[in-house]
Ligand binder design. Structure first.
Ligand code: NAP
Length: 457
């Protein structure tokens, strides 16, 4: 019988990462009828991961989920250790001395590459860096984006592409009431962008944006949507696909896109144009993006299994700025297996594994476990599956040698790490909300770690 989780000896779990999957894992652990202590490590002072730094500033309602996370953080068996970078301030192997199990809920921090010429020209950016920049992420504040251009291209048709398009197409007035970073707002207010062209390699029936996100693009104050009506003549397989009740959103998307063909510009200054069945093959320019070349694709095959094939026909669009929005991938962690093909840590129901073994006591949850897909709520069942695996494994876990959070805090103090507690975070939070009042915004984030720390010094 294992002693872990009994009144005499709590099961001690470290969660690395404070985004949705980390909090849902903590919640599930703390609801179990066992004595479990959860310490959550976050490399930034501020918690909530992609809810804070990924969700678009004009989607305030989605961010309300932080209220749920705050409640979880108030549990007496929960400790938040912000401003602690695992791998830098403390290693994974050191953590094993203090915890019986570790859950890596570190998300997918990097971006997928297109692998085409010109990808790294000046003026070609990833959606990831643009999103992090306008959301005030401290690691991205020195990035520069050239909005002196009139034509922008976005590659990819997921919801991140829609977020990027919306932020580019909204007026400063539309953005000014959101929690967009003030610096980004000021830069975007000077933007000369007149056209935003969003390209997908498949057809409108296969686009991965969701209905509410595409619908918004027809409701902007100074931007009108444009779509070639011929693109909405679906082939037989696509017509079947949109009738699939498992993908009810697809039919709705087509209805919305059909409605877009009826919308007139009405003196609106910016244009949002959707293009389908186009794969980027090269970004061209002398030192700076000047145009992009696409191969025109043909879509074919059985419903649900359609594939695109290049036709050998090409077209080009003059543009000055390109955002690649083709999905996020994880970043490897020293000492843990990693699949560079899928960008995740290989796992079996959340148990970290490689081709030979399961790594006892190590688990994953969220995007680093299953890849960058789904909405915030998708992480709940994902984290619950991981927690179930962990609890099943209790009899086989090696109890750690020093089961003490105070010992972790002492080690970090000796290394001069200023650990940010949840109470500290609430002070930073209050200071940001106060900074927002002066600007008529819900909050003005500290976009530098030093700013966050000065609010609690
Ligand atoms: P995504 O939904 O996977 O979309 C990626 C897009 O990139 C797809 O259109 C994909 O086309 C395209 N793509 C991939 N490789 C390509 C290539 N080599 N050439 C051309 N196009 C390529 O990813 P995401 O937009 O980054 O979003 C990540 C997750 O976060 C999604 O689950 C999304 O719904 C979620 N999210 C939700 C919200 C919200 O709820 N408001 C906001 C943001 C993000 P194919 O389909 O052909 O592969």
């Amino acid at each position: 019988m294992s002693v872990l989780g009994t009144p005499e000896r709590p099961l001690r779990v470290a969660i690395i990462g404070s985004g949705p999957s980390g909090f849902y894992a903590a919640d599930d652990l703390l609801k179990k009828p066992l004595n479990i202590k959860v310490d959550m490590f976050e490399k930034l002072p501020a918690p909530f991961g992609l809810v804070r730094y990924g969700v678009a500033p004009d989607h305030a309602k989605i961010k309300n989920v932080t209220k749920v996370f705050e409640k979880i953080a108030s549990h007496p068996q929960f400790t938040y250790l912000g401003n602690v970078a695992v791998g830098k301030n403390i290693t994974v192997f050191e953590l094993q001395k203090f915890y019986d199990a570790i859950i890596f809920a570190i998300g997918a921090e990097s971006d997928r590459h297109l692998g085409i010429n010109g990808e790294s020209l000046v003026g070609s950016y990833t959606a990831t860096e643009f999103v992090a920049w306008y959301n005030g992420h401290p690691d991205f504040q020195d990035h520069h984006f050239d909005f002196s251009q009139e034509v922008a291209v976005i590659i990819g048709q997921g919801n991140v592409a829609m977020d990027v398009a919306r932020i580019l197409c909204k007026t400063p007035e539309e953005l000014s009431k959101t929690d967009i970073s003030q610096h980004a707002l000021e830069v975007l207010a000077e933007s000369k962008i007149k056209e935003v062209h969003v390209y997908g390699r498949r057809g409108p029936a296969q686009a991965s944006f969701t209905s509410s996100e595409i619908k918004e693009m027809g409701e902007l104050s100074d931007c009108y949507p444009v779509i070639n009506p011929a693109d909405l003549n679906l082939n037989e397989a696509s017509l079947k696909e949109i009738e699939d009740p498992q993908h009810a959103g697809r039919k709705k998307n087509i209805e919305i896109l059909n409605h877009f063909t009826t919308i007139a510009p009405n003196n609106r200054q910016r244009k949002f144009a959707l293009h389908f069945q186009r794969s980027p093959v090269e970004i061209l320019g002398k030192g700076h993006v000047q145009k992009i070349r696409f191969e025109i694709n043909q879509l074919g095959g059985e419903a649900g299994h359609q594939k695109v094939r290049g036709t050998g026909k090409f077209e080009e669009l003059d543009c000055g700025i390109v955002f690649r929005s083709v999905g996020y991938v994880g970043i490897p962690i020293k000492g843990l297996p990693f699949s560079s093909q899928s960008g995740v840590i290989p796992n079996q129901a959340g148990r970290v594994m490689d081709s030979e073994q399961i790594f006892s006591g190590w688990y994953v949850a969220g995007w680093i476990k299953r890849g960058a897909s789904g909405v915030i709520g998708t992480n709940k069942p994902c984290s619950e599956e991981t927690v179930n695996s962990l609890l099943e494994d209790i009899p086989h876990l090696n109890p750690c040698e020093n089961p003490s959070t105070d010992a972790v805090l002492k080690l970090l103090k000796d290394r001069e790490v200023r650990v940010v507690s949840f109470a500290d975070w609430k002070k930073i939070d209050a200071a940001e909300i106060e900074r927002g009042v002066a600007l008529g915004k819900p909050r003005e984030k500290f976009a530098r770690t030093t700013g966050m720390l000065s609010a609690i010094s």
